[in-house]
Design a protein around this ligand. Structure first.
Ligand code: ADP
Length: 573
C-alpha cells in the first residue's frame, strides 16, 4: 500500500485523542455542560483526524479505490474539519458565557456551515472544490481554498471570543489561551505552506486541546485554585478580624484597667474624709451631754460605718483584681476569731429578732496559723448576708475540724439561714461582681453585690472554694474548707460564746486608758486628721506634738524624744 503523505503525526494524535476522550469521561464530572462540550470537541477532532488518515491512504491508492468512494471520503473529511472548526467557536462561546449563545455571529456560522454542506454536495457533480482524474490524481477545483478558509475563519472567531473576554480569565490562563490559539493556527498553516506531505493539522489541534484541558477543563484543579484563593481571602479577612478583636480586647482591657484604677483611687480618696467624719463624730459622741445629739451622732456613725465598709470592699476588690492583695500567714487564736464573728452575728441577729445558732467543734486546736483578718472578713461577710437576707427564723454558724497530719488540719465553716434563698441560675452567676439577684426582694436591702465576689476570690487565694446550697424561698448554706497550720493543738473545748460576750461588754465598761507621761508625735499633711488625732486621744492625757510635713517632723525629732511617732506616708517637703 502506497502512502503519499506522512500520517504518523495524525495516527499519534488519533491515539492521543482517544485517550483524552476516555480520560475526560472517566476522570471528570460528565454532568458539567462545559465538560460535555469539550468532550464533543475531542470527538470531532478525533473524527477529523481519522478521516484525515483514511483519506491520506485512499488518495495515495486512488487507482484501486473507486473515485466515488474517494470523493465521498474526502467530502466527509472536509465536513469533519468544518464541523471541528464550528465546534471551536461553539465551545469558546460556551466556555466564556457558560451557555450556548444564539447571536448573530452564531447564526452566520451556522449558515456558513450549511452553505459548505451544499457546496460539498455540488462538488460531487462539478468538482468545484476537488475531484480525481482518471489517473487517480487529486485535482484542486476553483473553490479549493474554501476548505482552508472556513476552518481558519472558525478558529479566528473562537480566538476573538476568548481574547475579547480576556478579563474573565486569570493571567496564567490568558497565556495558555494565546498558546492554544497559536497551536490551533500553526498546524494547518505549517502543513499548507511548508509541509504539504506531512499531515500536521489535527496533531497541533490535539496539542492545543490538551493545553486547554489543563488550563480550563480541569474542574477539580480549578475548584482547588478557587478554593485556595477563597481560603486566602478568608484567611485575610479572619486575620483582619482577629487584629480588630485584639485591638478591641486591648481597648477593653485598658478601659477595665482605667475603671479599676478609678475605683481604687476614688475609694482611697473617699476613705480619708470618711475617717475624718467618723473620727469627729466619735468625739461628738464622747463629749456631748445632750441625748438627742448623741443619738444623731450614733446614726451618723452607723451610716458612716456602712459607707466605710462599702469603700473597703471596693478597695479589696480592686486590690484582688490587680493581684496586689497578699495573704498573711501568722499565728492566731481560734477563740479570738470565733469571738469576733459571733459577737458581730449576735449583735445583728438580735436587732432582727433572729435566732443565732452556733456549733463549734470542740476538737478545734487552740492556735492556728493563717490570715485571721481575711478569714474574719470572709465569715463576717457570709454571716452578714445570712442576716441581711433572712426575715425570720435562724442563722447558723458551724465550724468543724478535721486533722490531716500532725501539723495540718482542715477547717470547715458553714453559714446557713432560713432566708429568701436563691434560684439555681443565680447561684451559678454568683461569682460575677456587682450582681444582685431577686431585685423585688433585695431592693430594700443594702449591698452593692461585691461581698461574695470578694469572699470567693479570697478563698481562692487560700486554696479553698465557696460552696453554695440554696433553695429558693427556704434558705441557703454557704460553706468552705481551708487548710490551716496547727500552732497549738490543745482543743478549744466547749464554746460558751455568751460568756465571752459578757466579757467583752465588761471590758468596754472598764476604766478609760490614760498615759500622762507619754509623749508622741503625729505627722500628717492633712491638718484635719491631726486635729482629729488630738481630739480622740484627749482623754488619755498623752502629750501630743504635731507636724504638717517631713521638714517640721525632723526638726521636732531633733529637739524632743518621742515614745511613738505616727507618720503618714507620701508627705510633702
Ligand atoms: P450584696 O449582698 O452586697 O448585694 P453579695 O455579693 O454579698 O452582694 O451577694 C450577691 C447577691 O447574692 C445578693 O444581692 C443576693 O441577691 C444574693 N445572696 C447573697 N447571700 C444570700 C443569702 N444568704 N440568701 C439569699 N440571697 C443571698
Amino acid at each position: 500500500m502506497d502512502l503519499k503523505y506522512n500520517i504518523y503525526y495524525e495516527v499519534a494524535s488519533a491515539i492521543f485523542l482517544i485517550i483524552l476522550f476516555f480520560f475526560m469521561r472517566l476522570q471528570y464530572d460528565t454532568q458539567s455542560s462545559v465538560n460535555k462540550e469539550f468532550q464533543k470537541l475531542t470527538l470531532f477532532a478525533l473524527f477529523a483526524d481519522i478521516m484525515d488518515v483514511v483519506t491520506a491512504v485512499t488518495i495515495s491508492n486512488a487507482l484501486i479505490v473507486p473515485v466515488w468512494a474517494n470523493i465521498l471520503l474526502n467530502s466527509l473529511y472536509f465536513i469533519s474539519t468544518e464541523l471541528l472548526g464550528y465546534h471551536f467557536v461553539d465551545y469558546s462561546t460556551f466556555y466564556v458565557y457558560r451557555s450556548r449563545k444564539d447571536n448573530l455571529l452564531m447564526r452566520i456560522n451556522k449558515l456558513l456551515l450549511g452553505l459548505f454542506f451544499v457546496l460539498v454536495f455540488i462538488n460531487f457533480f462539478t468538482g468545484c472544490i476537488f475531484s480525481f482524474s482518471e489517473e487517480g490524481l487529486y485535482v484542486h477545483g476553483p473553490l479549493y481554498l474554501v476548505i482552508y478558509i472556513l476552518p481558519y475563519y472558525y478558529i479566528m472567531c473562537s480566538g476573538m471570543i476568548l481574547i475579547c473576554n480576556f478579563q474573565r480569565f486569570r493571567p496564567w490562563q490568558r497565556i495558555s489561551i494565546v498558546f492554544y490559539l497559536i497551536l490551533e493556527i500553526s498546524g494547518p498553516l505549517l502543513q499548507m505552506l511548508f509541509f504539504p506531505d506531512v499531515l500536521l493539522a489535527i496533531f497541533t489541534i490535539a496539542l492545543g486541546l490538551l493545553m486547554m484541558l489543563f488550563t480550563m477543563e480541569t474542574p477539580d484543579y480549578q475548584n482547588l485554585v478557587a478554593t485556595i484563593k477563597e481560603l486566602r481571602e478568608t484567611k485575610k479577612v479572619a486575620e483582619e478580624a482577629k487584629e480588630e478583636a485584639e485591638r478591641a480586647k486591648v481597648m477593653a482591657q485598658e478601659a477595665d484597667q482605667a475603671k479599676t484604677d478609678f475605683l481604687a483611687n476614688m475609694s482611697h480618696e473617699i476613705r480619708t474624709p470618711i475617717n475624718a467624719i467618723l473620727g469627729y463624730n466619735e468625739i461628738i459622741m464622747k463629749e456631748t451631754k445632750e441625748s438627742a445629739t448623741a443619738e444623731y451622732a450614733m446614726n451618723v456613725q452607723a451610716a458612716g460605718r456602712t459607707l466605710l465598709s462599702i469603700i473597703n470592699d471596693i478597695l479589696d476588690f480592686t486590690n484582688i483584681d490587680r493581684g496586689e492583695l497578699k495573704l498573711e500567714n501568722t499565728p492566731y487564736y481560734v477563740l479570738s476569731l470565733l469571738q469576733d464573728v459571733i459577737i458581730y452575728a449576735e449583735h445583728n441577729t438580735q436587732k432582727k429578732n433572729l435566732e443565732l445558732r452556733v456549733s463549734v467543734d470542740e476538737q478545734m486546736p487552740k492556735q492556728l496559723s493563717g490570715d485571721i483578718v481575711r478569714l474574719r472578713q470572709i465569715v463576717n461577710n457570709l454571716l452578714s448576708n445570712a442576716i441581711k437576707y433572712t426575715m425570720d427564723g435562724f442563722v447558723e454558724l458551724r465550724v468543724t475540724w478535721k486533722q490531716k497530719s500532725d501539723t495540718i488540719g482542715i477547717m470547715e465553716v458553714s453559714v446557713s439561714d432560713s432566708g429568701i434563698g436563691m434560684k439555681k441560675e443565680d447561684v451559678q452567676r454568683i461569682s460575677k461582681s456587682f450582681l444582685r439577684f431577686d431585685p423585688k426582694k433585695t431592693r430594700d436591702i443594702q449591698g452593692i453585690g461585691l461581698g461574695l465576689t470578694i469572699v470567693s476570690r479570697l478563698l481562692k487565694l487560700m486554696d479553698g472554694e465557696l460552696r453554695i446550697n440554696s433553695e429558693y424561698g427556704t434558705g441557703s448554706t454557704f460553706s468552705f474548707r481551708i487548710e490551716q497550720t496547727i500552732i497549738d493543738e490543745v482543743p478549744i473545748g466547749k464554746l460558751e460564746y455568751k460568756k465571752n460576750k459578757e466579757l467583752i461588754l465588761k471590758q468596754e465598761e472598764e476604766e478609760e486608758f490614760v498615759a500622762p507621761k507619754a509623749h508622741i508625735l503625729a505627722v500628717d499633711d492633712n491638718i484635719m486628721n491631726l486635729e482629729l488625732f488630738c481630739g480622740i486621744l484627749k482623754d488619755t492625757r498623752i502629750s501630743i506634738d504635731t507636724a504638717a510635713n517631713g521638714k517640721e517632723a525632723l526638726a521636732l525629732l531633733m529637739k524632743n524624744t518621742y515614745h511613738i511617732v505616727f507618720l503618714d506616708h507620701m508627705m510633702p517637703v
